[in-house]
Design a binder for this molecule. Structure first.
Ligand code: ADP
Length: 472
């Protein structure tokens, strides 16, 4: 067995704001069969520290980035965890990144620099009897790990996974000393990004290999349109950058056992779940397809464009139910849209409801402007809830558009559209309705969707090969 230290700011089901958490939580289970034992290093948020079963202190420092810290080892939710118990940095209410008022914690750069520095120590062998072959960092929160490890001759191989390039992990140049960085690396070949420190850029520059979560997004990242300013530096690393598609937890998202749908291997199960979903969102009985959205409400997700496409959807007999939270202006706009009888909106974060929605709906819409992988379209596929997606990133890689050739060869699983505009979304709905009106075609697409592998079976061996290529 070989060993990986996975370093991340989120891990489902303990702490989650998005798909990153799902992937970090699923990776250990996916990799064990490949001969890789994954230990996950997480910040000591209250929920994580409390969840640890029989924690043991494996490391202690009286003053680490401004306060006393410990590293706890233990299990929680079936995961083998190391936890950075640093009360002055992580013992806070609110989300991992935001205070109760929704603003970034002012010391985020310091919090995750300390976390990354401790990760580098663990990776370098600070725990007696355990030394990983690979350290696998996720997003900017772990971006500094390979830089802190750079001068360690015995360091493990380093991998950075970019789940979302939009978050750069910036800090002012004046923070170089407090983040325990070296001013000599504050250059355009180092961690300097437009005269600021960027933890993400450090990860890109100093990791042995870099990957992202779909092949299409890996290509898109090299373009100005999608690279968000990192396309230049990513191009210099293009030969070390690959795309490996995320899987979903097929036990958690299993229509055969999910209480949200009970016996949905039969159309009757779906009909029951749909009726319950209509009731839950106060939607009238109707003949058209019921489409759902489960999403963060942010510019990325294209839900402003969807608002403008709503009339086209509803005028043709469709219904829409949305679950989401995030941007306050979008929350208000969607609350207002719910005044239409065929639009149901729930503002909030609610896992149980998300299962009931994906179980009961006919289609799931993902109109993202960019989408590294996307998970909800994969849930949709598994539940026979046909995805209607923007043709970008992982959405493009996971949904087979119902074009004439795909329909004729019987392989279609959903609808793709481009660009993310109200007109294009309306056009996609029109195509969805055409498919809906031919029940045999719809049922065939549902069967195709449900048969598509959406777990980790294809991607786990790819991660194993990537780990193997950098292991030291
Ligand atoms: P991102 O990471 O950009 O938010 P993904 O599609 O990769 O997008 O992952 C989002 C994850 O968060 C999915 O598991 C989705 O079901 C979940 N999710 C998003 N918003 C909500 C919500 N309001 N309630 C419940 N689950 C949500």
């Amino acid at each position: 067995m070989k060993h990986v230290l996975s370093v991340a700011s989120e891990c489902a089901p303990l702490v989650k704001t998005g798909g990153l958490a799902d992937v970090v939580g699923a990776l250990p289970g996916a990799m064990i069969g490949q001969g890789w034992a994954v230990r996950t290093f997480l910040p000591g948020y209250p929920a994580v520290v409390q969840a640890l079963e029989k924690p043991r202190t494996v490391l202690k420092e009286a003053d680490f980035f401004g306060g006393p810290v410990k590293v706890l080892s233990g299990r929680a939710e079936g995961l083998d965890l190391l936890v950075f118990d640093a009360p002055h940095l992580f013992e806070r209410d609110g989300s991992p990144y935001l205070d109760a008022g929704g603003a970034d914690w002012p010391d985020n750069a310091l919090r995750f620099a300390a976390f990354s520095k401790m990760a580098a120590r663990l990776a370098g062998g600070a725990i007696k009897g355990w030394r990983p072959d690979v350290v696998h960092g996720h997003d900017w929160q772990a971006g500094l790990v390979p830089l802190y490890l750079r001068d360690d001759a015995n360091r493990p191989g380093t991998l950075l996974t970019i789940h979302n390039v939009a978050f750069h992990g910036l800090a002012p140049a004046s923070a170089i000393a407090s983040l325990e960085l070296d001013r000599a690396d504050f250059t355009s070949d180092g961690f300097e990004f437009w005269n600021q420190i960027s933890a993400l850029k450090a990860g890109i520059v100093y990791s042995d290999k870099i990957n992202t979560v779909s092949a299409t997004y890996a290509r898109e990242l090299l373009t100005p349109e999608f690279g968000m300013g990192m396309d230049g530096v990513l191009k210099t690393r293009a030969s070390d950058l690959t795309g490996i598609l995320n899987g979903i937890d097929t036990d958690l998202w299993n229509p055969a056992t999910d209480p949200a749908i009970q016996t949905y291997t039969t159309p009757r199960g779906k009909a029951k779940a749909k009726a319950a979903l209509r009731a839950e969102f106060d939607l009238p009985v109707a003949d058209g397809p019921l489409t759902v959205v489960v999403s963060r409400l942010s510019e990325q997700k294209g839900l402003d464009a969807l608002l403008n496409a709503l009339p086209a959807l509803i005028d043709h007999g469709g219904q829409l139910a949305l679950l989401g939270t995030g941007d306050k202006a979008l929350e208000a706009a969607w609350r207002a849209a719910a005044s239409h009888p065929n639009v149901g909106v729930h503002i909030g974060y609610d896992e149980g409801r998300s299962h009931r929605m994906i179980a009961g709906a006919d289609a799931i819409l993902v109109p993202s402007r960019f989408e590294p992988c996307g998970l909800t379209q994969l849930y949709g596929l598994r539940y026979g809830t046909l995805p209607v997606v923007a043709r970008t990133g992982g959405l493009a890689d996971t949904v087979i558009d119902a074009n004439p050739v795909a329909l004729a060869s019987g392989v279609a699983t959903g609808v793709q559209f481009h660009p993310v505009t109200a007109d294009a979304i309306a056009g996609a709905f029109a195509r969805l309705l055409d498919l809906w009106r031919v029940p045999d075609v719809w049922a065939k697409m549902q069967r195709n969707a449900m048969r598509q592998p959406v777990g980790w079976e294809a991607s786990a061996p790819l991660y194993a090969a990537l780990y193997e290529s950098i292991a030291r």
